[in-house]
Every structure is written in structure tokens, then in C-alpha cells.
Write a protein that binds this ligand. Structure first.
Ligand code: GLC
Length: 540
């Protein structure tokens, strides 16, 4: 069998057709409802205690930190009070050994040190002034303390605006002693050990921050419905009707929260959608990836969708093929077609032979290289993956399989988006979120919007996959059109917009309000947003 045909056979293993998509959407809706009723379900459906998306203007300086899956970002946001603000940020890669550190203190002291470095670099005057006053007069002023929003992108059982217990680690992190602890307290302890003028005022999931930030910048009248991340991990937070969140409203143990908007933002933790594999596809490569992961059996949706895993799925598929002597990939039969007219070779140390050796960015390169001969793919295989003299046929075979892995991820992403759009009833009514009415007339709609603004269902997204994988949104849209209760008409109503780095801004804004209301001093769940207006503008 020719290489191209055999590659197609493997690519077809990643098929996820319209029937499978529709079946998965029904399961997603079932799990959404189940998660709103009780604890311990596949979709965690965590109430965030945030009951509206903010739309206020304030002056002042706020901080945010963001512990994602790959990087730790520290930023400060200066709100100018005239509907704009500037943002200064610093990003460091989280050292791999800290992701699996023996104690949580090792990780959190590293984070506190990054905050210290950031303050010294970007707010030196403020920081040294604070130290001077503390050392000379022995006391400091409340205004000198930065309120900090902590974006912590892992499943947390939120029990207050700046209090949340880690449920489990995801995305390759594994530090046993942190599970069950309040992550804000862990960070505050290390901040205090360094004597920094910083108070952890709010705890936010990155999806919630994305939803907040998008809601400011969204060009329409209807408030944003969903904030979603398709990056190292994947997850979504959406605006739910409060009376559906019965596990909170009927519980005797829940804290106070504002009931006036009748809504609450819920963090779905959809990375764990269908852990029991009722509807998710399960190729031999998915199985192997899961078995060798630090958390087998959980985050099964995430393991098929997000950036941390797609490269590894492709790697396992390629390595599986290389083990098969009848499969002509990277073999001399094809070498006549390569540029250098030498035999194809895979270096013994090729990252292709190491777990996590293939980066998901390679899938983006494959999807982006439509040139005849696939020069980019061949060069990358040579330069980054130790495979020399790759033929055009080899590159085409790899490209076909990579495209199938990426397309399946996008079609699965559509399942989650569709589940939320359908189950919140947004397709039936043109009603927006609590913010909608308040926002009316604030900002003129920006960009060309063909639809009536009342019909738009707005979704904010962020993460490396949506940002860098070519046509990720197109594949999502193709699947959305195939979903029975969405179809072409519904798909057109869904507007997907990037809320770049929104999670940091969202966190700072929540810190702002939490600090202002004094919630951070006496932690108490529930935010009531003041009647103020902010328009976000990005600093260059
Ligand atoms: C993982 C985390 C989740 C986060 C997502 C995106 O799924 O569990 O909390 O939102 O990654 O970063």
C-alpha cells in the first residue's frame, strides 16, 4: 500500500463524525445538569460566587498573577479612570521540577519570588518606599498594599472570593500536599515571608477572567455567555441561572452571595467531561497517552483537545508507525524525492522517541504548511526532531495525520461550546446576561456585525491553540453547523472573539472590586459590582 493511503488509514482513526458529535453534545448537556445538582460529578460545575460581569471604571494600580499550565505571569494594571488602562507584565516558564515538587512550599515560594522581582523591576519606588516606612516608622498604610488577583488555572472548590481548596492537579502538575489546601493562603504565606506589600484579594480561574475581560471588549449589547481556554489545558466558564445552581442554592453550608442578578458564573472544568468515555473517541494513542500520564482516567476530554496533549498523540501515532516494518514512513523508498538525495535517518536521540517529545506547535506548523513539497515540515523535522532527509511523501503523510488530530480536537471543542449554548437556552431567546442591560449604550458596537446585536451569542476565547493553530475556529464552526439544534442559522449567531491575556486583566478587576468592598479583609463570598464603567485598552 502506498504511504499516502496508509497515512489516510491512520488519519481516519481520528475521525469524529456528525453522529458522534451530536451524541457527545447530548452527554455534555446531561453532565452539565448533573454537575449543577450535586458534587463529585464528571463536570465539576463549580460556583464561582461571581454573580455578574463587571463594567466599572476605577483609578488605581492593581496586580494580578496567573499560574497557568506552562508559564507564570505577573502583571500590574494601571487604571487611568478614563476608560483605558496600561498593563505591565512579566512572564517566566514554570520550571518542570516545580510542577512535581515534593512540597507545595517550593512552588509557592518560587511564585512569591517572581512577584518580588516584578515589584523591584517595575514598581521600585513604591516598593522601596514601603520598606523604608516599615523599617523607620514601623508601620505601613493600607493604601500601600497592592490588592492582587490570583488566576489559578486548576480545579478549585471556591469557598469565598479569596479562598479556594485545590481539588486536584491537572496539566502535568503533581504536588500531593497542596490538594485540599487553600491556594490563596499558600501564596499569601510566601508573600508574607518575603515581606511584600501584597494582599491576595481574589482567586479566579483563567476561564472566569477571560469571560470578564471579553465582556468589556465585546462589541455588542448582549453580555458574553462563555469564556473558554484552548491552550495548554482546556476549560470554560459561563453565565448560569442562579436557580439552576441547586447544589449551591439548596445547600446549608454555602456562603453569602448576591442574588439580585439571578445569575452566577459557573466554572465547568470541562477538561473532565466524559471521563467514563461514554461518547469520547478512544484510539490506541489516546489510551497509551492516558496510561502513561500522571492522572490516568481523568481530564479525558482535555487529553484529546488541548495543547499539552495533541503533540503527544501525534508522536505516539508516528512512533507506532515507525515500529511497523511494512509502513514506509521515513524509509529509503521515499528518499529519492528529498532535497539532499541522501537516505532518510532518524537520530537515536530524536525527541520523537521521548514522552512529550513532540510539541503541539508542530501541529500548527503542519496545518500551516500547504506548500508543495512541505518544506517547513521537512525543515522542522530535521532541525527540531532529528529526522534528516525527509521526503515530500513523508512530510505529506505526517501532515495528514497531524491535521486529523487537530481537526478532531476542534470538533470536540465544538461539543463543549454547543452544550453550553444549547443548555443555557440562548438560541431560543435573545436575552443577555445581567450586564447586558446595564451595558446598553455604553460603548458603540465595534467591528462589522451583520447580525442584529440582540441575536449574537458572544464567546471569549484565549489560549495557544485558538491563537496559533490555523483554522481552529473554522473546524469548530463546521462541527457547530452539524449539530441538530444549532445548524447553519445558530452557528451564524455565535460570535467567537479572542480575549488575549484576558485572564490576568479579569483577575485584576476582580481584585479591584474585592479590595474596594473590603472583601479581602474579611473574606466573604459574593461580589456586587459597583455601577461604574471600564473599557479595556491594551498597552503596547
Ligand atoms: C485545566 C484546569 C482548569 C483550567 C484549564 C485551562 O483544565 O483544570 O482549571 O481552566 O486547564 O487553563
Amino acid at each position: 500500500m502506498a504511504l499516502a493511503e496508509q497515512a489516510k488509514r491512520v488519519a481516519d482513526e481520528f475521525g469524529f463524525g456528525p453522529d458522534a458529535v451530536n451524541k457527545a453534545v447530548k452527554e455534555f448537556i446531561r453532565e452539565m445538569d448533573e454537575g449543577l445538582l450535586q458534587e463529585g460529578t464528571e463536570l465539576s460545575q463549580i460556583p464561582t460566587y461571581v454573580t455578574a460581569v463587571p463594567n466599572g471604571t476605577e483609578k488605581g494600580l492593581y496586580m494580578a498573577v496567573d499560574l497557568g499550565g506552562t508559564n507564570f505571569r505577573v502583571c500590574s494594571i494601571q487604571l487611568h479612570g478614563n476608560t483605558t488602562f496600561s498593563l505591565t507584565q512579566n512572564k517566566v516558564a514554570i520550571p518542570k521540577e516545580l510542577m512535581v515538587a515534593k512540597t507545595s512550599q517550593e512552588l509557592f515560594s518560587f511564585l512569591a519570588k517572581q512577584i518580588e522581582t516584578f515589584l523591584k523591576t517595575h514598581h521600585e519606588e513604591h516598593y522601596t518606599g514601603f520598606l523604608r516606612r516599615r523599617n523607620t516608622i514601623g508601620s505601613t498604610q493600607e493604601e500601600e498594599i497592592f490588592n492582587l488577583g490570583f488566576t489559578f488555572s486548576f480545579p478549585v472548590n471556591q469557598i469565598g472570593i479569596n479562598k479556594g481548596l485545590l481539588m486536584r492537579w491537572t496539566k502535568g502538575f503533581d504536588i500531593a500536599d497542596a490538594v485540599g489546601k487553600d491556594v490563596c493562603a499558600l501564596l499569601q504565606t510566601e508573600i508574607d515571608a518575603l515581606g511584600l506589600p501584597v494582599r491576595v484579594a481574589a482567586l479566579v480561574n483563567d476561564t472566569v477572567g477571560t469571560l470578564m475581560a471579553r465582556s468589556y471588549t465585546s462589541p455588542g449589547k448582549t453580555g458574553t455567555l462563555l469564556g473558554a481556554i484552548f491552550g495548554t489545558g482546556t476549560n470554560g466558564a459561563y453565565v448560569e441561572k442562579l436557580d439552576k445552581v441547586t447544589k449551591l442554592t439548596k445547600s446549608k453550608n454555602s456562603g453569602d452571595y448576591d442574588k439580585s442578578t439571578g445569575e452566577m458564573i459557573v466554572n465547568t472544568e470541562w477538561g473532565s467531561f466524559d471521563n467514563s468515555l461514554r461518547t469520547l473517541p478512544n484510539t490506541p494513542y489516546d489510551k497509551e497517552l492516558d496510561e502513561k500520564s500522571v492522572n490516568p482516567g481523568i481530564q479525558m476530554f482535555e487529553k484529546r483537545v488541548s495543547g499539552m496533549f495533541l503533540g503527544e498523540i501525534l508522536r505516539l501515532a508516528i512512533v507506532g508507525l515507525l515500529k511497523d516494518p511494512t509502513f514506509p514512513l521515513f524509509r529509503d523508498e521515499n528518499s529519492a524525492q528529498n532535497d539532499v538525495h541522501s537516505t532518510t535517518q532518524i537520530h537515536d536521540n530524536s525527541p520523537l522517541y521521548k514522552q512529550w517529545g513532540l510539541d503541539t506547535s508542530f501541529l500548527s506548523i503542519c496545518a500551516g504548511d500547504t506548500s508543495p513539497g512541505h518544506r517547513m515540515i521537512r525543515q522542522t523535522l530535521d532541525k527540531d526532531y532529528g529526522v534528516s532527509a525527509v521526503s515530500a511523501e513523508d512530510a505529506e503523510a505526517v501532515r495528514a495525520i497531524a491535521a486529523a488530530v487537530g481537526r478532531r480536537a476542534a470538533r470536540l471543542a465544538a461539543v463543549a461550546i454547543a452544550g453550553i449554548v444549547i443548555n443555557t437556552g440562548r438560541l431560543d431567546s435573545a436575552k443577555g446576561t445581567a450586564t447586558t442591560e446595564q451595558k446598553e449604550g455604553i460603548n458603540p458596537p465595534r467591528g462589522d456585525v451583520e447580525l442584529s446585536e440582540d441575536d449574537v451569542i458572544d464567546i471569549g476565547v484565549d489560549g495557544s491553540l485558538v491563537e496559533f493553530y490555523p483554522n481552529f475556529e473554522d473546524h469548530i464552526r463546521e462541527a457547530l453547523r452539524e449539530i441538530e439544534s444549532i445548524g447553519e442559522k445558530g452557528e451564524k449567531r455565535i460570535r467567537i472573539g479572542i480575549a488575549k491575556d484576558g485572564s490576568g486583566v479579569g483577575a485584576a478587576l476582580i481584585a479591584l472590586v474585592a479590595g474596594k468592598l473590603g472583601l479581602s479583609v474579611s473574606p466573604k463570598p459574593g461580589i456586587i459590582w459597583p455601577e461604574t464603567r471600564v473599557h479595556i485598552a491594551w498597552a503596547a
